[in-house]
Write a protein that binds this ligand. Structure first.
Ligand SMILES: NC(=O)C1=CN([C@@H]2O[C@H](COP(=O)(O)OP(=O)(O)OC[C@H]3O[C@@H](n4cnc5c(N)ncnc54)[C@H](O)[C@@H]3O)[C@@H](O)[C@H]2O)C=CC1
Ligand SMILES: O=C(O)CCC(=O)C(=O)O
Length: 420
């Protein structure tokens, strides 16, 4: 099996096993966390614009609800598989655990190429998916959010559909997060994941005796996470020398104009190819070999393989994507002395601000943009310090340390509930 097609669920289980062994936890902790509690597979019939009906396969996986309702995004992508959604749900449990949110993990996915669907077809698919998973979700049970190829608009359709289905004669905004601000969304949620990725780059730089202002940074993926990661890297004073997406890599050793590229990509079907500002357009694979100090993979799983890791020049990697580094690549990078901030910590900003959105929806009281970012920063920097302490105390790498922190916080409620 090539590393690109490695089963992410097997990787998640391996990461968990290693951390449980390092902690000396009872076998029951590994057993309980190694399998999701619920896996729902659904078939969604969608009436297409040409009058035909197409069937789509979707999943919702709830991994563990010991600490609270489950939480996690919904992905629309042709490469979605049941095991990928199981892995993403598992990682969500540890992500919520490491930053201390009162949630367990979940994730959803639909096998679809959304780029070939019209807006109307996408709306019908989103509503159909919600009708199919409605029996197992809810604002106190499992709260979905956006992920790859879904956004605030998708969430708005889903809240609308879910609220009518529940038939209580009222809108239920807390049933989904990542909604548009005009429809119960939270200020700073759109920016949250990318902002958090660069908060972690900044803290990692400090820990390594560097200053983010002196860093050259490269970002893979220019969607929600990657574009805001690049924007905040620049806002923190770093030089963003390269960004890439599925279409190409843009490079300028003197620094790119990230805001201008964001504007261009919005007007160009969310792609950066053809941008005519000051830079070179390279093949997307060139992002790995860019001369830089910090690298943020913000696209999909398994992009840093044993092959691409050999090209990476960065001293710090912050994983904006979920599962971007294969175990083989990680081993090589750690041996080389690269400081790697794992996904469950680095990209936790999204679910942290989703939690803030949920709290605001339940209270119908809304916070300012700067209040949200301040609260996000406090949570992430606290978690960073906890993980660094665990790393130093136990002499393990950052990923294992993050799992140790998360597993400790998960084992207690499971024990108190009498699950083992
Ligand atoms: N949206 C969120 O709040 C969160 C997302 N994540 C993770 O971050 C990653 C990205 O998610 P989003 O930005 O939301 O998705 P998105 O759909 O907004 O963007 C994905 C980006 O990746 C690019 N891409 C796809 N294949 C690529 C390839 N082979 N090479 C280079 N670029 C490629 C796309 O062109 C696009 O720019 C995913 O792993 C997701 O699970 C993690 C935490 C929260
Ligand atoms: O915002 C959320 O609730 C979940 C975000 C997500 O799917 C993730 O962190 O991978």
């Amino acid at each position: 099996m090539s590393e690109k097609t490695l089963n992410p669920f097997k990787i998640a289980q391996k990461q968990l096993k290693e951390a449980c062994d390092a902690l000396g936890e009872e076998d029951a902790v590994y057993e309980l966390l190694s399998q999701p509690e619920k896996v729902l597979e659904v078939t969604i019939p969608v009436k297409m614009d040409d009058g035909t009906t197409k069937l789509f396969t979707g999943y919702r996986v709830q991994h563990n609800d010991a600490s609270g309702p489950t939480k996690g995004g919904i992905r629309f992508h042709p490469g979605v598989t049941k095991d990928e959604v199981k892995a993403l749900a598992t990682w969500m449990t540890f992500k919520c655990g490491v930053v201390g949110l009162p949630y367990g993990g979940a994730k959803g996915g639909v096998i679809v190429d959304p780029t070939v669907l019209s807006k109307r077809e996408l709306e019908r698919l989103s509503r159909g998916y919600v009708r199919a998973i409605a029996p197992i979700i809810g604002e106190r049970r499992d709260i979905p959010a956006p992920d790859v190829n879904t956004n605030g608009q998708t969430m708005a359709w889903m809240v609308d559909e879910y609220s009518s289905l529940r038939g209580v004669g009222q809108t239920l905004p807390a049933s989904f997060t990542g909604k548009p601000v005009e429809f119960g969304g939270c200020l700073a949620r759109t920016e949250a994941t990318g902002y958090g990725v660069m908060l972690m780059m900044r803290e990692a730089a400090k820990y390594k005796g560097m200053d983010i202002k002196d860093m050259r940074i490269a970002v893979q993926g220019f969607g929600n996470v990657g574009s805001y990661a690049a924007m905040y890297a620049q806002a923190f004073g770093a030089k963003v020398v390269a960004v890439s997406d599925v279409s190409c890599c843009l490079y300028n050793e003197n620094g790119l104009d990230v805001n201008d590229i964001m504007k261009y990509s919005k007007e160009n079907n969310k792609l950066i190819t053809g941008y005519t500002g000051e830079c070179e357009e390279l093949d997307r694979s060139k992002i790995f070999g860019i001369e830089c100090d910090g690298f943020a993979p913000c696209a999909l799983e398994n992009s840093i393989t044993s092959e691409t890791s050999k090209e990476i020049k960065a001293k710090i990697i912050t994983e904006g994507a979920n599962g971007p580094t294969t175990p083989e690549a990680e081993e090589y990078l750690l041996e080389k002395g690269v400081f790697l901030i794992p996904d469950i910590l680095a990209n936790s900003g999204g679910v942290i601000v989703s939690y803030f959105e949920w709290v605001q929806n339940l209270h119908n009281y809304y916070w300012r943009f700067d209040e949200v970012q301040e609260k996000q920063e406090v949570k992430m920097v606290d978690a960073f310090v906890k993980v660094i302490n665990a790393m130093e105390e136990r002499n393990v790498d950052m990923r294992k340390a993050a799992y140790l922190v998360a597993i400790k916080s998960l084992a207690m409620p499971m024990r108190l509930r009498g699950w083992f």
